[in-house]
Every structure is written in C-alpha cells, then in structure tokens.
Design a protein around this ligand. Structure first.
Ligand code: GTQ
Length: 349
C-alpha cells in the first residue's frame, strides 16, 4: 500500500498518541536514514569587496569593546538564523580598528583565525601574543583565555580583518558550551612572542615536554613558511589531479590535525590547473589567500578572487580550474568524521 496516500485511520492513531510524545518511525525512516547525505547547507560565495563596506560601516557604529567581538557572520543561505556556515561550523569576518581591544574571554568552542586583510593586529592566547599577518593561521584552543587588539606595526596603523572559524554549531549540538569573561580586558603578556613557535615549530620539542590537551601547541602557523612549502612542492611537480598541492596543518607532537574538531589545509592550484571533481562528507569552507580561479560546486560555478570565502556542502562535487596560480585556505569538520569512522570521499574523473 502507498504510504503517502491519505490514511484516515493511521492519521487518527498518530493524533491520539501525540499527547504522549510518540510518533511513528515508518513515516520518517527514509528521511532519518537517507541513501546519501541530504544537507540543507547550500553552496555559497561571499565576495570580500562586497562585504568589506558593511564591515567598515559596522566599525563606525559599534566599537570592538562594546560588541565584544565585532563580527559579521557568514550565514549559509540554506541555514537561516542558525549562525552556521555548515551544519557543524560557524564562520565570520572580524574587524578590529587601530587602537581597539576585543576583551579577554574563554569558551569551550575552539576557534581559528585566518588573517584576510591589514597588518598590525595581535591575538593573545594564555599570555602569549602573536602578531597577525595576512595568510597566517592562528588557533585559539578550547577553554584558553584570548583577546585581540590592533596596535599597528612598523608605523602602519590600519583596520585588520580576519576570518573566524569556530565549532559553535557542534558544541550547540552536544549542548556542551561554557564561557567566561576575564577580569581584565587585555591579558598580561607573560611569554615573549614566538615562544611556542621556538619550542614546537622547528621539528623539535622540549625534551621534557609532556602532551597536554588535544590542540597543537603551535598557535600561529605563519604564511611565509606555508607558502614556501607549497611553491617548492609545485616547482618539484608534485601536483595532485584533484587538489593541486594540498597540505594539512598538523599538531607537531602527534602528527594529527592541529585542532580536535576542525581540520585546516592550504592548497596551491597551479596556473592552468583543470582539477578533477572530488566529494567528501565534510562540508568545507574555503578562503582565497592569493590568486584567482573558478570553482564548480555541484551545478554552481563561481569565480573567486583574493579574500573571498566560499562553502562546499557535505557530499557536493567540487572541482577547481585556474588561469593563474591560486592559493586557498580551507577548514572543515574532518577530524570529527575521522574520529567517528564516518568519513567518506570519492575522487571522480
Ligand atoms: O574571537 O572569541 O567570530 O568568541 C565568534 C565567537 C569570534 C572570538 C567569533 C567568538 C569569537
């Protein structure tokens, strides 16, 4: 019998059991256990040159201190009102003007910063400050105090914008979020800048180091080093037909992902690249570091330029093509998929 034809007797039964908070599985089973992922998340692209004027206008109407974090959320058009760019991840563009401070706080949610525009800002994590340069990938681990500021550098004072990526929707799903404000606006700097990088960024670690926590002890991965690695590999011809030259950021003490809930990568697409399509279960957010190109996400095609952000939903077919070299930062919830054994991917022709 056709389950979708009106069936008054069944409808009456469902109606009668509703006060007891009972519902029939057979009406929803196909949707609960789909043949392949059916996400509400849709492909989308945010052009930085269209977004920046709104960020700057926000800068005139509210201070970083009043806002706590002056951020425009990049909300997936398929997930309205959810402050989510994919089902599990949050993304936003944060502006900090010269002289401003975004006050110190901590939360269970892990955060990454990918610096998009301007120089002279810093992030302080647990008493160690790091200066932010375009293309740097910076981590604020779960439950670590962090504040941001913009004091300028080398006589340059300019607005600074970075992409925030957080696991906010994941923590919301687990109902496991806690947060606290610090007593002081700005943390006292207790460690010289570069301490963490000196300890863990030279393929070495202090001999008496004992692992603590799940997040990489390097909290700033400078673009200068990343870029050099990618361009060297490209010159050596190590080009993947799907990804170009794609490297993941790792925790040097484990070889695993730099963050427990968010996987981060940087990839170089060579000039004239005609990438093959790929799909995976981890919906992915991309930010254009350098260069221009095109991305095909299912039947959507976008041209991207520096500082643009775009999102490819879970199981969407993604392929890239370029006329010039391009470099893309990306992040997804892949570490969770791997930890749970639910990652699937396909490399298509
Ligand atoms: O910088 O701590 O975009 O707590 C959203 C929540 C940034 C931050 C966001 C946050 C932060």
């Amino acid at each position: 019998m056709d389950q979708h034809r009106p069936n008054p007797a069944r409808e009456a039964l469902y109606e009668a059991m509703r006060p007891l908070h009972l519902t029939p599985l057979w009406e929803v089973l196909h949707a609960l256990v789909p043949k392949s992922p059916t996400t509400a998340c849709v492909p989308a692209l945010w052009r930085y040159r269209e977004v920046k004027p709104f960020l700057m206008q926000s800068g005139e109407l509210i201070t970083a201190e009043e806002a706590v974090r002056r951020v425009l959320i990049l909300e997936n058009p398929g997930l309205p009102g959810q402050s989510a760019i994919t089902q599990s991840l949050y993304a936003g563009l944060q502006l900090i003007l010269p002289g401003e401070v975004a006050p110190s706080h901590r939360h269970v949610q892990s955060a990454l910063r990918f610096v998009v525009d301007g120089r002279g800002a810093y992030t302080t994590v647990e008493g160690e400050r790091t200066t932010m340069h375009p293309g740097d990938f910076i981590i604020t681990p779960s439950w670590r105090w962090h504040d941001h500021g913009n004091e300028g550098v080398d006589d340059v004072t300019e607005p600074v914008v970075w992409l925030d990526g957080l696991d906010i929707p994941t923590l919301r799903f687990f109902d496991a979020g806690f947060a606290e404000n610090d007593d002081s606006k700005s943390q006292t700097v207790r460690h010289p800048e570069g301490s963490s990088y000196a300890r863990f960024g030279a393929n070495m670690a202090p001999v008496r180091h004992q692992r603590s926590g799940l997040t990489s002890p390097i909290f700033s991965y400078p673009y200068s080093r990343t870029r050099e690695a990618l361009y060297t590999l490209e010159r050596n011809g190590e080009i993947d037909a799907w990804h170009g030259v794609k490297m993941k950021y790792i925790n040097p003490t484990t070889g695993g992902w730099a963050m427990p809930t968010i996987g981060t990568c940087m990839q170089l697409l060579p000039k004239g690249f005609r990438g093959k399509p790929h799909r995976s279960t981890d919906g992915t957010v991309y930010c254009v570091t350098e260069g221009r190109g095109n991305v095909q996400i299912n039947d959507q095609r976008y041209t991207f330029e520096p500082q643009d952000v775009f999102v490819a939903p879970s199981w969407s077919k993604v392929s890239f093509d370029t006329e010039q070299e391009a470099v893309l930062f990306s992040f997804s919830d892949r570490p969770i998929h791997e930890a749970l054994g639910i990652l699937r991917e396909e490399f298509l022709d």
